[in-house]
Design a binder for this molecule. Structure first.
Ligand SMILES: [Zn+2]
Length: 134
């Protein structure tokens, strides 16, 4: 059992991202004016500064853009080694999530592996982690 993950401070803009997993949804802020995405969540579009933005459920699939393997137990009880990855999301250009790859041995993780989101719930926060697509 791993220690608790760092808990995000919820606000009106990031709550859909951190709790969308309750419905199996990965919500990313989408701009209705220019069509681009903004992450981390903000009340305005990072591309055109429009306030016409809202969370939108995206596919939740992607690929491993880059990754590293952590061997250091930074806090007591942290199970190592584990994979820290940057995932680029399908259909969400320009958005990358820093996350963990779970569900497969670390030696099986490689660049460009296709992955899909899985949510780890801790006290009402649904952390988006990713697993390899078989
Ligand atoms: Zn925009």
């Amino acid at each position: 059992m791993n220690p608790p993950r760092p808990r995000p401070k919820l606000d009106a803009f990031n709550t859909p991202f951190w709790t969308g997993g309750a419905e199996g949804k990965l919500n990313i802020v989408h701009c209705a004016d220019c069509g681009q995405y903004t992450h981390p969540p903000l009340p305005l579009c990072r591309h055109c500064q429009s306030e016409n933005v809202a969370p939108e459920a995206v596919a939740g699939t992607g690929a491993i853009d880059t990754y590293t393997i952590n061997h250091q137990a930074w806090v007591p009880g942290l199970e190592v080694p584990y994979v820290i990855a940057r995932v680029r999301l399908d259909g969400v250009p320009g958005v990358y999530l820093t996350t963990n790859i779970v569900g497969s041995p670390i030696e099986d993780v490689a660049f460009d592996d296709p992955v899909r989101v899985v949510f780890e719930e801790q006290s009402g926060i649904f952390y988006p982690l990713f697993e390899k697509v078989a």
